[in-house]
Design a protein around this ligand. Sequence first.
Ligand code: FAD
Length: 401
Amino acid sequence: MTVPAGAEGQPQVSSAAGCGVFDVAVVGAGCIGASTAKHLAEAGHSVVVLEKEPAPALHQSGRNSGVVHAGYNLKPGSAKARFCVEGSRRMRAYCREKGVALEQGGILVVAQDEVQTRTLEDLLARGRANGVEVDLLDPDRMAAVEPHARGVAALHAPEGASVDAEGYVRALVADAEAAGAEFRYGQAVADLDALPARVVVNAAGLHADRVAGDVARDVRVVPFRGYYARLDARAAPLVRSHVYAAPDPRFPFLGVHLSRRVDGTVAVGPGAMLAFGREAYAFWRVQPRDLAATLAWPGFWRLFGDAGFRRLLPGEVRKSLRLRAIEREARALVPALPPGCLARFTAGNRAQMVDRRGRLVDDIVVRETDAAVHVLNAVSPGLTCSLPFGEDLAQRAMAKL
Ligand SMILES: Cc1cc2nc3c(=O)[nH]c(=O)nc-3n(C[C@H](O)[C@H](O)[C@H](O)COP(=O)(O)OP(=O)(O)OC[C@H]3O[C@@H](n4cnc5c(N)ncnc54)[C@H](O)[C@@H]3O)c2cc1C
């Protein structure tokens, strides 16, 4: 099976030249690939990780909100719910043990009206079903948690935290290396069959469908850019931890939140905008091959034809171009934000799987062949899920040896 891989302009290799045969080759050194490698190496297996970039965590795993999610918003029984709830607890303990920066200030999800309050009640039920610590607060109790947040009710999840996401992935890599795993950077995998390993784990994130080849013909990664602003020095003290808007249940990755990061920056976002390339992090950047792949996908046009999706589009375009549009949404949550308090910050692209019928695939998807395990939809909160999810992938790979 030969598959084109890697982003535009990157050197592509078809094998990890010059090494012996490993038990497992992992493609991608994001949090999922690094966690898988750590679990495999610690179980005594020989592992090579092939990463096309010069360092780990340069895409989704280092370009996210840095939130350790609690798991109150995930469908009970889903793989995401299971991995997130366990992952959140394990990740917080792991980061404390390894000295990775982590602040556990909790998450407040704020409702502005009756309809959103019903959404919070649904989240409360989900949280309880998932075994997450959650509570519904009236405005007085809300003010005790976040004095400047305003709304008619709020859901509080005290287990929510901020983490240094890149530092976390580097700790996973260091653990994997200490257990004997080999990381090879600057190697864009182009042919899974040529890899010097008995089993392959494809954790290639935004390129996972391409790396999977025939195994993923019925789905496609459509990249959505999440772009962030940040609060200036006047406004940052108005947010203690994480203040989220109640989500639209149909598009749960939309909706602004204000998040204090471990370095003290308060990020506002992410918006969600179709990206014109899988690694195109600026609005006008186009990666022609990726854009052509999106436009050629029937599922994209079905999604585009969905009336609800089309209604959201102008607002998301406005927000991605004009800080004032983000500021308006942020001020609905924290009315004391002074005018002009936002500056542009950063962006990260989500590897969102869209099926042929135009549905945004919601849960993690893993597909297996005799000698490969493909991670096809490690969507948010994939960072939070990564310890138990990587362990699960390692077990799947070991079962094939
Ligand atoms: C904007 C945004 C906000 C998010 N916020 C959160 C959050 O707050 N909390 C949370 O829990 N989750 C969050 N997530 C989700 C989380 O970041 C992802 O689920 C997770 O990082 C996915 O990790 P990964 O290892 O699968 O992918 P990636 O981190 O993208 O890693 C894939 C790696 O594979 C490499 N690669 C690709 N193709 C090849 C190839 N052919 N050969 C070799 N290497 C290759 C890439 O270079 C990359 O390093 C967010 C995601 C985004 C985009």
